[in-house]
Design a protein around this ligand. Sequence first.
Ligand code: 5AD
Ligand code: SF4
Length: 467
Amino acid sequence: MKTPRKLHIKSYGCQMNVYDAQRMVDTLQAEGFVETDSAEDADLVILNTCHIREKASEKVYSELGRVRLAKEHAARSGREMRIAVAGCVAQAEGEEIIRRAPVVDVVVGPQSYHHLPQLLARAESGGKAVETDFPAEDKFNFLAQPKPDAIRARGISAFVTVQEGCDKFCTFCVVPYTRGSEVSRPVAKIVDDVKRLADNGVREVTLIGQNVNAYHGEGPDGRSWPLGKLLHRLAEISGIARLRYSTSHPRDVEESLIAAHRDLSALMPFVHLPVQSGSDRILAAMNRRHTVRDYLDVIDRFRGARQDIAFSSDFIVGFPSESEQDFSATLALVAQIRYAAAYSFKYSPRPGTPAAEMRETVSTADMDHRLVRLQELIDSQQSAFNEAAIGTTVDVLFERAGRNAGQIVGRTAYLQPAHVMASPDIIGEILPVRLESLERYSLLGELAAPAPSRTDRSTASSITIGA
Ligand code: 5AD
Ligand code: SF4
């Protein structure tokens, strides 16, 4: 038997990169690779990169410097190591990566991962291989499915890509260029994927897409299904207790999604709905295609469907021409919504985007100051949200052993980590927990009822805040 070759893959950026990395591992396993945690031991190192902000892509080149040393070390001991750059930097920079870092053997864009075995073979016969096309065929028909062992090793919560790419063209964003235009996977394929996950112990599925609520995949009836209808179908799959989806655009929240939040207890009441700015003038310059009023109306529709729904968002500070007044409008919007969590970033011009042509007007010092002020407000809202949970009994889906002996960690409906002292048997169960205290971002509590036996697995029960 041939000794397996070792693969080390390091992902940066979004959840879709985490998912893509798993599919690359599944595909290369079929080629005789096994995964290793150490780049030094690997025969193949893949950097799965992110291009969303400048810092993210800079990291790739510094990491390549480190991997080069590992490759040289391997060569000295007579072992050949290949290096591949995948992801959005690969897509955006293509051959330029090999010019800047000749140590790289393969450059592969996100739509070509199913060609990895052939690209590697080309590199192994002495060449360099670069593929950044958007091939006509659907890569999902070619990428290998995860084996049962791999699914179980990855835990009880899984991502499934249902949609990829974006047609919104926000002026600051590289995604429409690196991931291409919106494509939705057919319902039947997604149902198959989720059933396979459920059969191997997965209890929570997060549907992912760059603009996931623009989903319009072909249904079994031959019609285009919206995300809400897909969620209704997935909620019927036995074993799946929790459903989530990310990331959504406010313009694409249609009625089936609101209905799904009203009808499906498995659909978690926590929605990531980026707004980016609280100023209509800046939203227009960003080509967001919605106003602050539109965003507030969408929030009201969600809250009308489920009063316990909570939101997270993304914000950019220091977009070209953002005045102090525009920034104050962002603070005012955050104050009005009361987020459970949010991410905020300094504007970073991305080559090739329309905003990169705009004159940058906000000084670095002002940008830093605005970021600090926004993050302070968001942190205070997040703390208030977490503190409000203390003293309540909520459902927690248990995921893994904690750092301290005897501790098991799970997540509430709002993705708050919750720790209890319990037997590892409860991993994969949803159980009510009385929350007692907060340590930074983690809640500590006690099981509110004795854990059921393994044969008596529950599905999601309702969330009882304030009990
Ligand atoms: N500069 C700063 N932040 C950006 N984002 C996307 N592009 C940029 C950029 N050029 C942020 C947005 C988006 C999140 C994923 O990253 O807030 O929602
Ligand atoms: Fe980028 Fe999101 Fe705008 Fe699409 S909707 S262009 S992914 S920020």
